[in-house]
Design a binder for this molecule. Structure first.
Ligand code: NAG
Ligand code: NAG
Ligand code: NAG
Length: 339
């Protein structure tokens, strides 16, 4: 570790360089020293008597620091705030495979020319800072295998330039934002705690971009529209633990007594519709009996539906269709997915 006076001196240098408004290689050097100070010289030793552009992992262009690559050098602990932000020409920052922790330093958002951020495999935590995600030049963002939590903000697509976004192996929750990222070709959110459907803007990604979660929709299996069940009637989980056995539950309700609880109260505003709904539900249950041979054949199904619709209007027949009934919840409370 650098002794505290050295760290203080580095910070002071940076402050002086920045307050002078002189952004040059000297301010870059001060920013780098302020960044490395808390980690000590054990893993990275930058000899300040040597030119900054010759330091390990530092790449210059036009006499300014434009890239910093320090992968797997044993950096451990929080990145100091107010250090990296001083590298105003920084385009590439790679600190992957270290043990960096804490939140991303917010001043990173000051590096307006950042194109590539690779912080894979560290212990960074906290939420994804929207101002960093929205950096105007950012094309590649790899934050995989950290401990980031919270939601993925919709501002992630703000600059419209992102080509690579790896967020796999974090603790992110909530739903994927429905964003349009026209240039995105590499995407991974596997092994987080995301829920819900995959938005259309991401449905062209491979299934392996969404591993280890119960997301649904293209390229994964289609989402099942949740059907709300009155809490008092909510079906128990099947004994196999494989989820709700809806046909069995419906059959049990039918056996006990017919009840309008099964249907959306909205639908019941059509007089006489309940009988048709009951018949349609019976037909639906016949179509889902466990033994395939016992299910009615298509011609029979057609006849039974025609008999249903014959008496009522076309509109009534339509309103009986399960698709429509599934579109919106019966009741605000209690859905199959939640139960
Ligand atoms: C730093 O560089 C100077 C000048 O080249 C050299 O004399 C000195 O030994 C170096 N210090 C270390 C710790 O390598
Ligand atoms: C992830 O989701 C599971 C199930 O909903 C929950 O038990 C667990 O606590 C969640 N973990 C995090 C880190 O949010
Ligand atoms: C996403 O990352 C997981 C590991 O976290 C890996 O198994 C999977 O192949 C990756 N998929 C893509 C498309 O990168």
């Amino acid at each position: 570790m650098l002794p505290p006076p050295a760290a203080a001196a580095a910070a002071l240098l940076l402050l002086l360089a920045l307050s002078a408004g002189a952004n040059d290689i000297a301010s870059d050097a001060a920013a780098l020293q302020a960044f490395i100070a808390p980690f000590g010289s054990a893993t990275v030793s930058w000899n300040t008597s040597q030119p900054t552009c010759s330091w390990t992992g530092v790449v210059c262009s036009g006499g300014r620091v434009v890239e910093v690559h320090l992968p797997g050098v044993g950096l451990r602990g929080n990145v100091p705030v107010g250090a990296l932000g001083g590298l105003d020409k920084l385009a590439v920052l790679s600190l992957r495979y270290n043990a960096l922790s804490g939140p991303l330093p917010s001043d990173l958002a000051k590096c307006a020319e950042l194109r590539v951020i690779n912080l894979q495999s560290n212990h960074f935590s906290g939420e994804l800072p929207p101002e960093i995600l929205a950096l105007p030049a950012l094309t590649q963002l790899n934050l995989a295998e950290n401990r980031f939590s919270g939601r993925i903000p919709a501002s992630i697509a703000k600059n419209g330039r992102l080509q690579l976004l790896y967020l796999d192996g974090n603790l992110l929750t909530g739903e994927l934002p429905n964003v349009n990222m026209p240039l995105l070709t590499s995407f991974n959110v596997s092994f987080n705690n995301l829920t819900g459907g995959i938005p259309s803007g991401l449905s062209g990604m491979p299934a392996t971009s969404f591993l280890g979660m119960s997301l649904c929709g293209k390229p994964l299996a289609a989402c099942r529209t949740p059907i709300s069940i009155p809490p008092s009637q909510a079906p128990a989980l099947s004994p196999e633990g494989a989820g709700v056995d809806l046909p069995r539950w419906a059959r049990s309700v039918v056996r006990e007594e017919w009840t309008s609880e099964v249907f959306d109260t909205e639908l019941l505003r059509h007089p006489g519709a309940e009988d048709e709904m009951v018949e349609m539900l019976r037909l639906a249950m016949d179509c889902t009996v466990t033994v395939p041979d016992q299910r009615p054949a298509m011609p029979e199904i057609v006849v039974r539906i025609e008999q249903l619709g014959g008496a009522g209007s076309a509109r009534t027949a339509r309103s009986v269709s399960m698709d429509d009934a599934d579109d919106r919840p019966l009741r605000p409370a209690g859905s199959i997915r939640e139960s």
